[in-house]
Design a protein. Structure first.
Length: 282
């Protein structure tokens, strides 16, 4: 028996080898030809209809449809990006539609990581020691804006790079776990999953900012501010003020909630795609 490849047809529920149960599996790989063929029956192991395990049964997310559309233009890309983000509120349905293919996930992952990186590092622009945009108010306004912009872009790329490292580690982790459990999670599937789950990284960067903005709004509008201190000596000798605790808690809580969103989406994606078959390379 030939080795199981990313293109070998398996049942998406139980992983049963279906390749030999279809006389002409190549015909079913062609969506147009498949319309004229009879349904190929059910999985002998679990009874799932074989047609629902065919790679063409996965119609693709809005981003994947946009990527392969002839009009690959920015104005359509924004709509596809937003529609894909909105679809993640129903992750099971979205990952059931996810096509297992190469390339289409790269731009989505890059865009989401750059957005998350830009939001994440924004409070650091002009605040780090050695930052050329720090304390440059005496310069020409245009020059100062240009320097700040360059610093902001550089830090955003660094932030995106750090998030990409975590994402790559996630891919390694889910593929390792899948091998341990006997799943066939292909590299294409793993990267498609984390790319669509990377909307969680945007929440990871945004939620702490929103929490801090909410706290600031309450302080300004209602003039309500916590006061007092408490001590955790001997762990930390100095008294800690409640405002610091609340602010730190909001930041950490937002980061944790965003990370939990990313990990939850990855978990659901792995469960829905653990035996999914990749489309033939074009």
């Amino acid at each position: 028996m030939k080795p199981i490849s990313p293109h070998t047809l398996l049942c998406e529920s139980c992983g049963y080898l279906l390749e030999g149960l279809i006389e002409s599996p190549g015909e079913f790989a062609d969506g147009n030809a498949a319309q004229n063929l009879a349904p190929p029956g059910n999985c002998p192991e679990c009874g799932r209809p074989i047609a629902t395990s065919l790679p063409t049964h996965r119609t693709g997310t809005d981003w994947q449809k946009f990527y392969h559309h002839a009009n690959f233009q920015k104005r359509y890309g924004i709509t596809a990006w937003l529609r894909t983000a909105w679809s993640m509120r129903h992750p099971k349905r979205t990952f059931d539609q996810l096509r297992i293919e190469n390339k289409s996930s790269r731009w989505l992952l890059a865009i989401n990581l750059l957005i998350a990186g830009a939001i994440l590092i924004d409070p650091l622009v002009g605040a780090l020691v050695g930052d050329p945009s720090r304390g440059g108010h005496a310069r020409d306004v245009i020059a100062q804006l240009a320097i700040t912009g360059v610093v902001w872009i550089a830090l955003a790329c660094i932030g995106a790079g750090l998030l990409f490292s975590l994402t790559a580690l996630e891919v390694f982790g889910i593929r390792f776990i899948s091998r341990q459990r006997g799943w066939r999670l292909t590299p294409q599937a793993a990267w498609q999953i984390v790319s669509h789950a990377s909307y969680g990284w945007i929440l990871f960067a945004t939620l702490p900012m929103l929490a801090m903005a909410l706290l600031y709004s309450i302080l300004v509008l209602f003039n309500v501010a916590p006061n007092g201190t408490f001590s955790i000596a001997p762990i930390y000798p100095d008294p800690i003020s409640w405002p610091v605790v609340i602010q730190g808690g909001l930041v950490v809580g937002g980061l944790v909630l965003g990370l939990f969103t990313f990990e939850s989406l990855v978990y659901i994606g792995v469960r829905r795609c653990k035996f999914a078959t990749a489309l033939p390379d074009k």
